[in-house]
Ligand binder design. Sequence first.
Ligand code: DNO
Length: 359
Amino acid sequence: MKMILRWFPYSDDSVTLRQIRQIPGVGGVASCLPKIPVGEVWTKDDIAALKSIVAESGLEMEVIESVNIHEDIKKGLPSRDRYIDNYIKTITNLGGAGVRVLCYNFMPVMDWARSDLAKPLPDGSTVMSYVHDEVVKMNPETIAKSMEGKSRGYSLPGWEPERLGAMAADIEFYKSFTQDMYWSNMKYFLDAVIPAAEAADVRMAIHPDDPPWPLFDLPKVITDARRVRTFLSLNDSPYNGLTFCTGSLGVNEENDLPAMIREFGGRIHFAHIRNVRKLGAKDFDECAHLSDCGSLDLFGIVKALYDSGFDKRFTGYVRPDHGRMIWGEQARPGYGLYDRAIGAAYIEGLWEAIGKMGV
Ligand code: DNO
């Protein structure tokens, strides 16, 4: 298992590479190049520059999160072929630079959504929170504005300004869409890019929908075991795999996470591990990583990853995710240093104990 942390380059992160380097067990980062417009090629030079900044701090950059998918690909427009060609070039360039896993998502219009980015908890920390009735009362633009207003000045990944302008029109566009049309556009994308991913030795790892239920009548992709099966069957290559995000999948009552890990283990290339405290069928707070702090059994999750041979068949990458904002830290919501560092040490502790006790 390789423990890494998400890190945003070019002064868009309060957390530094030097700090990340000092977290025990953390050897690398999952990074990105958010300044490159969605759909354009990540050149060898862009990637090499990013990699050298990371390497100077003694860290690896074997995971990229994310290269976003142009909306025309999801919509299946004729212009998709140009964007898919660009995506293939990006994959090839990333593979050449030693990147082994590419985390991306195929959610229409928007990435993740929350109703509050800094809900105060009784212990004085703050967390991101989701109340379904509040989210559906808003429209994507008001959600975007509310998220931006609470983001402490950081750009929120997945809510890049260039996406916001077209949101209302995009939502309208998908009203005439069936789920099957969406799957078929996804298959078209996968069948085009997976051979390039195999050639470049870059495992594609799709991120689940967050939250994992319908919003604004948009098509959904990765929300439960049934849909994961459909997704994986679209292209059988082991390079067509998953980012297993416990927080995203874990708020759906139907999802038995350890069972899903056991079923899909061979196709899980990257794990985002966090806990959530469920407050209702579709309401939740994020929380500290420990099982006792939330609704998920982190021991059961880490054990299932361990048992699935996560770090034996291929070096499985793991990162702690979100957690709380503690000790007065001012950081990008979901990406503070302290609670993620505590989360990383906790996950590593579980991993070591499971390995040594043979439980
Ligand atoms: C949220 C993240 C997501 C993820 C993307 C991958 O915190 O896990 O934004 O990076 O969905 O494309």
